[in-house]
Design a protein around this ligand. Structure first.
Ligand SMILES: Nc1ncnc2c1ncn2[C@@H]1O[C@H](COP(=O)(O)OP(=O)(O)O)[C@@H](O)[C@H]1O
Ligand SMILES: [Mg+2]
Length: 243
């Protein structure tokens, strides 16, 4: 494989006395989709929060595209090429669907005039299936459609690495297949993805490789099939939800 686009080394984060992330080391290759799986509370979202500089780690190093992330403000990390969606959607209420995505463009991508920015927004809304709803207030959308807005807003930053925090959760079977097809199309454009996901069908069909966390530590790494059939992983994770 090529040089990893992301290198995480001995990353740790403690909240109070609780070790949410505990000496975690992993890498993501260019264009790779890495599954980050594990039971609730195992530290997955915390890893994404550190990668996007929402808060600092206590220890460890993160290098992205050759640059150290520590100490960068969040908007710089975004402009360097890491964008995310949130597990609980965070629409900018009172604004239109298009303006929600435009904000992602202005905040996260290189400076450009407003006309091409709006054009890009329209393309992204088409891509995520919201083409006809650009001028609607974002609050009027269903939860699932607000998740589509989140994805378009993340993509508006032209990321090289996209972090999806349970983006496929809560979809009905038809929406899930459409969602998987959409994520696969992003993969096809060479985007690296970290997929935090409980939907095992999605993990199997999208991930090139997976790491499994419990209590902030990596207990298994390998192909989706290898980790999902690993005895320790089954005991720690899969046993309790039958996925
Ligand atoms: N901002 C925070 N403040 C205090 N505790 C937190 C915070 N974020 C996460 N935690 C705790 O860290 C642990 C890992 O949480 P999280 O990363 O959200 O897990 P996951 O995404 O795997 O469900 C949990 O015990 C959670 O309660
Ligand atoms: Mg989470």
């Amino acid at each position: 494989m090529s040089t990893p686009i992301l290198n995480v080394t001995d990353l740790s984060k403690t909240f109070g006395g609780l070790k949410a992330v505990d000496a975690l080391t992993f890498a993501v290759e260019q264009g790779e989709t890495l599954g980050l799986i594990g039971p609730n509370g195992s530290g997955k979202t915390t890893v994404l929060n550190i990668l996007t500089a929402a808060f600092p780690s206590d220890a460890g190093r993160v290098t992205f595209d050759g640059n150290e992330i520590a100490g960068m403000p969040a908007y710089r990390v975004c402009r360097a090429g890491i964008a995310r969606t949130f597990q609980l959607v965070r629409p900018l209420k009172g604004m239109s669907v298009a303006d929600n995505v435009l904000v992602g463009r202005i905040y996260g991508a290189a400076a450009e005039p407003i006309a091409p920015a709006r054009k890009k927004v329209r393309e992204l809304l088409d891509l995520v299936g919201l083409g006809g709803r650009a001028e609607m207030p974002v609050d009027a959308l269903t939860y699932i459609d607000q998740k589509r807005v989140e994805l378009a807003r993340a993509l508006a930053a032209d990321p090289k690495l996209l972090l999806l925090d349970e983006w496929l959760a809560g979809l009905n079977p038809t929406e899930l297949e459409a969602g998987i097809t959409l994520v696969r199309s992003l993969k096809g454009r060479g985007l690296a993805i970290i997929l935090v996901e409980h939907v095992m069908h999605a993990v199997r069909s999208l991930c090139d490789r997976c790491i499994v966390l419990t209590a902030g530590r990596c207990i298994a790494e390998g192909s989706p099939e290898a980790v999902l059939t690993n005895a320790e992983v089954k005991r720690a994770y899969l046993g309790d939800d039958g996925a």
